[in-house]
Design a protein around this ligand. Structure first.
Ligand SMILES: Cc1cc2nc3c(=O)[nH]c(=O)nc-3n(C[C@H](O)[C@H](O)[C@H](O)COP(=O)(O)OP(=O)(O)OC[C@H]3O[C@@H](n4cnc5c(N)ncnc54)[C@H](O)[C@@H]3O)c2cc1C
Length: 441
């Protein structure tokens, strides 16, 4: 498998101290063994693959999911758990210019539908996912940024059909949001969850609908004749249709179509020990809201119901033990700068994972055009809890040769262009990261 980071990024070390692993037992699905067949084979047991498996199995298809490690091992079981709007990182202006205003609006409404789908699945299958937060809150890191948030309210009402709430700086403390912020904007769509429990919940629902999930089954070869034949260390699996759901953990040669169509990038998370009420009061941060700031190096943070703070940040170009230590020190520094009253609070959990970015900053769900009968969904730009779930539902219809029942926006149908620089493409981040660090943007 040709991948663009050193092996360290694809190993156990980056997820070793992941908090979610202490909250749920590790999945232990048996490997695929022998000669197997299915209507649809899915590579990858993250939200994309699991949602596709669930929707396919519920529609009566015979499905097998082949996962290199086990359920939720990739980004899905180690993210920040913000189930919220997003999926594309392109601005409204860029979307309008490239796809037109109608397509842009369709996409925005789909973001809302994606959150609603995740919520419906959680409710329908009675998943226990430790939900909290009423919508999501963006914290302005400058006065100008707050004016920017004020200016967005009309667009949010028009695009998502909800009324956002503005919290001026003077009211932040009484809302339990004390920090270096100049105001906040809350969109009443979305919530937070324990992502590993959500992955397990999807897997359990898919399994009870009849899907077979196989762990420790890395697909090392895909061949196409009258059907697809997938090779894993212990099995050969034949299927009429194929779904590749590997996102940030994709390989440039599995299949070749993938080559340079995605750019994996790192996101990093800390979780504190449980804090006391006095410690929360000392910082003045008691809100249960899922929050972001509006910097390029996006910080995302939320106080969980058990009084542990989760704090995440994008960035990290290198993958090695020394790079992990450096990133841990850096994220800890950002955490302390934002919440100085918690400088003494330990953060025993620190981990990172890979998400994927597309060159035009939009997600793709659709055919792999060099392999008739194969489909993929990729690149949610760090907002895949809801959108990968939605993409999985779209893939399930596509793999049954039918038009998706859910809206399938044009913006998600445009195949990802290749990034320049091939396997060295993460070099794109170097000047961007350097400029952003220098300006503190
Ligand atoms: C640290 C971090 C924080 C994030 N925070 C948030 C957040 O708060 N909210 C949000 O919406 N999104 C967040 N994201 C993004 C979100 O987690 C992803 O967009 C989403 O999980 C992608 O799901 P997926 O199923 O497509 O891919 P993944 O969950 O990455 O799953 C891909 C799977 O494919 C498997 N695989 C790869 N190659 C093979 C092969 N050859 N054979 C078999 N299996 C293979 C991998 O082992 C992996 O399990 C975050 C991401 C990271 C890394």
């Amino acid at each position: 498998m040709r991948r663009i980071y050193p092996l360290h990024a694809y190993g156990e070390a980056p997820r070793e101290a992941c908090y979610w692993r202490t909250t749920a037992p590790e999945a232990d699905n048996p490997p695929a063994r022998g000669t197997l067949s299915a209507d649809v084979a899915i590579i990858g047991a993250g939200f994309t693959g699991l949602s596709a498996a669930l929707h396919l199995a519920e529609a009566g298809a015979d499905v097998i999911v082949l996962e290199a490690q086990d359920v939720g091992w990739g980004a899905s079981g180690r993210n920040g758990g913000f189930c919220c709007l997003g999926g594309s990182a392109a601005s409204d202006k860029a979307l309008r210019r490239q796809f037109g205003e109608d397509a842009r609006r369709d996409y925005r409404m789909t973001e809302r539908r994606a959150v609603e789908l995740a919520e419906r699945l959680i409710d329908r299958h009675a998943m226990q996912v430790d939900r909290h937060s009423d919508g999501e809150t963006t914290m302005a890191h400058t006065e100008a940024a707050y004016r920017g948030l004020e200016a967005q309210t009309a667009d949010i009402e028009r695009d998502y059909g909800v009324t956002p709430t503005l919290t001026p700086k003077a009211d932040l403390i009484e809302n339990g949001m004390n920090g270096p912020f100049h105001g906040a904007l809350t969109i009443p769509i979305g919530f937070s969850l324990n992502p590993l429990k959500y992955a397990h919940g999807l897997a359990a629902a898919a399994t009870s609908a009849g899907a077979r999930i196989r762990g420790r089954s890395p697909v090392v070869k895909i061949e196409q004749g009258r059907s697809f034949t997938l090779t894993t260390p212990e099995a050969r699996v034949q299927a009429r249709r194929l779904i590749v759901a590997t996102n940030g953990y994709s390989s440039d040669d599995l299949p070749d179509w993938m080559k340079a169509r995605y750019l994996p990038t790192q996101s990093n998370v800390l979780v504190t020990r449980e804090m006391t009420d006095a410690e929360l009061a000392a910082q003045g941060w008691t809100t249960a809201q899922a929050c972001y700031d509006d910097r390029f190096f996006l910080h995302y943070f939320r106080l969980m119901p058990n009084k542990r703070m989760l704090f995440g940040m994008r960035g990290g170009l290198f993958s090695a033990p020394w790079a992990d230590a450096r990133m841990h020190a850096s994220i800890r520094q950002h955490f302390e700068a934002m919440f100085p009253a918690w400088r003494h609070v330990e953060t025993p959990h620190s981990w990172h994972g890979l998400l994927s970015i597309a060159r035009d900053l939009t997600p793709y769900v659709g055919p792999i055009d060099t392999m008739p009968g194969a489909f993929t969904a990729i690149s949610y730009h760090g907002n895949g809890v809801a959108m990968a779930t939605y993409a999985g539902a779209l893939l399930a219809d596509l793999a049954q040769d039918r038009a998706p029942q859910d809206p399938y926006p044009q913006i998600m149908q445009s195949p990802p262009k290749r990034w320049p620089l091939g396997r060295f493409r993460r070099a794109w981040f170097a000047p961007i990261y350097a400029a952003m660090w220098a300006t503190g943007a």
